[in-house]
Design a protein around this ligand. Structure first.
Ligand SMILES: [Zn+2]
Ligand SMILES: [Zn+2]
Ligand SMILES: [Zn+2]
Length: 223
């Protein structure tokens, strides 16, 4: 990646040029068509405090509004919007590139940890590893949305393209399965009447199986 103004090479995962200070837009410009609107409610940028503009990254018929700082190029997504933007942009990923994903999450950041204020409620936001394992640390207000520094959307989309989301989903499924197995096993032994309990007894009576099933449905919902 090169600086849009002076063509100096940009350091990996950085959008601000270390020579001329210009921020190069690697997130939207030339990648997603967008139009800029006046914001209906002014929201200060989490990165620099400037009032963000509302941009439509959808179409005229199906608008999709996010907030964007024209100064530092930070982006703000309302709750759920970032996920739907990602899902809309990248529809078909069928394989997981483990090697590329590993090298991606290994990029260490030398940046000082900064907690940012939510543009809506002004509370300090949480720092979240997007998708649990992307290595992209985003700022999230539980109630109002997610702020991305310049370049972070680009990295998130690259991670999804490499199968990162797919891998995270597979891990979650495996964890859920392991958890339910543990619960089922625990129930099995807890439900044994102590007088008839025999260590190593593996065959659960019919009623117990249905009890365990009910219990699992209760705690896991319809996942
Ligand atoms: Zn430059
Ligand atoms: Zn800004
Ligand atoms: Zn908030």
């Amino acid at each position: 990646m090169k600086c849009a103004t002076c063509s100096a090479p940009l350091p990996p995962n950085k959008s601000r040029c270390q020579y001329c200070g210009t921020v190069t837009d690697v997130d939207l410009s030339g990648k997603h068509h967008f139009t800029t609107n006046q914001p209906t409610t002014p929201r200060p940028c989490c990165g620099c405090g400037k009032i963000m503009a509302t941009v439509n990254v959808g179409t005229e018929d199906a608008p999709f509004y996010i907030e964007r700082c024209s100064d530092c190029l930070g982006l703000f997504f309302d709750p759920g919007e970032l996920d739907s933007f990602v899902d809309h942009t990248i529809r078909s990923v069928f394989s997981i590139n483990q090697l590329a994903l590993a090298s991606m999450s290994n990029v260490s950041s030398s940046e000082v940890v900064r907690y940012r204020k939510c543009p809506v409620c002004s509370k300090l936001m949480n720092r979240i590893n997007f998708g649990k394992s992307s290595g992209v640390i985003v700022d999230q207000c539980q109630d109002h949305g997610i702020y991305l520094d310049a370049g972070e959307l680009h990295r998130i989309l690259a991670w999804v393209r490499l199968g990162g989301k797919l891998r995270a989903q597979a891990n979650t499924d495996a964890e859920t399965e392991a958890a339910s197995r543990t619960v089922a096993q625990a129930r099995k032994y807890l439900d044994q009447p102590s007088s008839t309990y025999q260590p190593g007894m593996e065959n659960a009576p019919e009623t117990m199986v249905s009890k365990v099933t009910d219990f699992l449905i209760k705690i896991m919902g319809n996942t």
